[in-house]
Design a protein around this ligand. Sequence first.
Ligand code: MSP
Length: 562
Amino acid sequence: MPENRPYYITTPIYYVNDAPHIGHIYTTLLADVLARAQRLIRGNLSPVHFLTGTDEHADKVVTSAEQHGKSTQEWADLNAARFRAAFEEMGFSNDDFIRTSEERHKTRATEFIAKLRASGAVELKDYTGWYDEGQEEYVPENEARERDYKSAVSGKPLVKRSEKNYFFKLSEYEDRLKDHIEANAGFIRPEARKNEVLGRIRQGLNDVPISRAVEDPSAEVWGIRMPGDDGHRVYVWIDALFNYLTALEDKQDEFWPADVQLVGKDILWFHAVIWPCMLMALDMPLPHCVYAHGWWVSEGKKMSKSMGNFIDLPTLRGYADRYSLDAVKWYLATQGPLGANDADFAYARFVEVYNAELANSVGNSMSRVGNMVDKYFSGVMPTPSGEQPIETALYDQNHEPPRGREFDWNTVIADASSAYHSALSMGDLDAASTAGRRIVSVVDQYIADTRPFTIAKELTKEPTTGLYFDLYQNADALAYILYQCAEALRIASLLLSPFMPDKMKQLWDAWDCHPPEGVPLEELAVFGGEHGLKPGHKITKGEALFMRAKPDDPAPEPIERN
Ligand code: MSP
């Protein structure tokens, strides 16, 4: 992924018929972590644009507004505000938030659809088919039959509908699309999803309706009118897909095609088949990657309103209140359904991951090193002497050979950085987080092997001479060891910062080592380099980043807020 090229990442836009839940928060979090990581990698080499927003012209928005005694616009405003507030509460770094009811979207979407009509890729014809009212889509006959004429998502019966519609001639793009998918291994990710899509395309593509007839052409419509025909409005999905372009306004040349379009597996077909073919009809470049994640289930069960087991914002807030927002982000981003399988949101697993990876690993290591520098060197970053004193200092009580030599920090950092970059280019957040944690675990191993606390204790005793002095009463060795640990953790904190922006900022505050704006990761992550911790630099030990969790405590209660 060239780092001097602008980077554009999008999430689906969310229906405003209801409040946000874990599904919406999860996809937006993934985009947030990826956007932050790209900003970190690029510094000011090139800009990053992260778009999210709301999809407002669906029939279910109209119905739920009626049920709540509100006008459609009021209900959309209210729910769009809830999405915006949820994303602010999560601390997401989106650069824009588009609403399809905004004029900027409606105007440009109308232009794109007019162009699509002008391209000859659209025709008016009769259509009868099985309609999934919840999903607002037609289901092909063979699929409808396989599912006993019930919705794959809600389980409700499909409805037979007939209408005169404008159709997009999807079938004409079948070969081109198949060739594109086959020639571009990273176009649909993960691999398993790509194969599913290819399998379905091989069964043949049908033309898709892209409009709905309106009863009274002179009345106002909720949505976008078909350009050139007031008797039709544009089908909500077609209107919605164009958000990825309309939101760019005058930045379209800079950011299109998108680098990553994140979606859930249920909406992959629209994004990996219909959307690219519409772009082909418009003669526009296709996104580099459409990434489809799986679904979260809750304590082993599918989430549903009727079961009352939805992981919603108040539930996540309860976890954030007890364990910190960054712990929630960590759990979602590293344990989530990024691959082809679904993932389970389970309290016991949350606590296990929290203790093992955050409290006992990242948090503990950073606190320990900060505390030792504070205690043994009054918070002043010690000078690592030119020699490697540990090589003489590190016999343990059994006089085993020194182990300090095994730690070649430049290699440790280089390996972690390259693993980090390649994981990110594949959208593999779990592997990217592991690369950051790998540095932390090497630091832990180094501390276990070099025993700085033993050296410090011996230094407080009467000096002795000979081997014992070399081994344990060696202030240079202590200085050397702690400098290496702190500097390695500084670099680990950079790699981990997209996942835990608040906590890593807390560390940077304590150690006074905020990465300067605009400097790309490659320069920031040089061990002992220009942006490294300097001997003589003053740090404070700061508060512990993550308090250990007690597995026997009951799960956190949801916290409602208006
Ligand atoms: N409005 C359309 C998208 C239009 S994009 C041009 C839509 N909206 S949605 O609000 O219903 O869902 C948005 C996303 O939430 C989808 O990507 C979907 O996969 C995701 N999730 C909904 N429930 C989910 C889980 N239980 N787990 C993970 N993600 C899930 O579809």
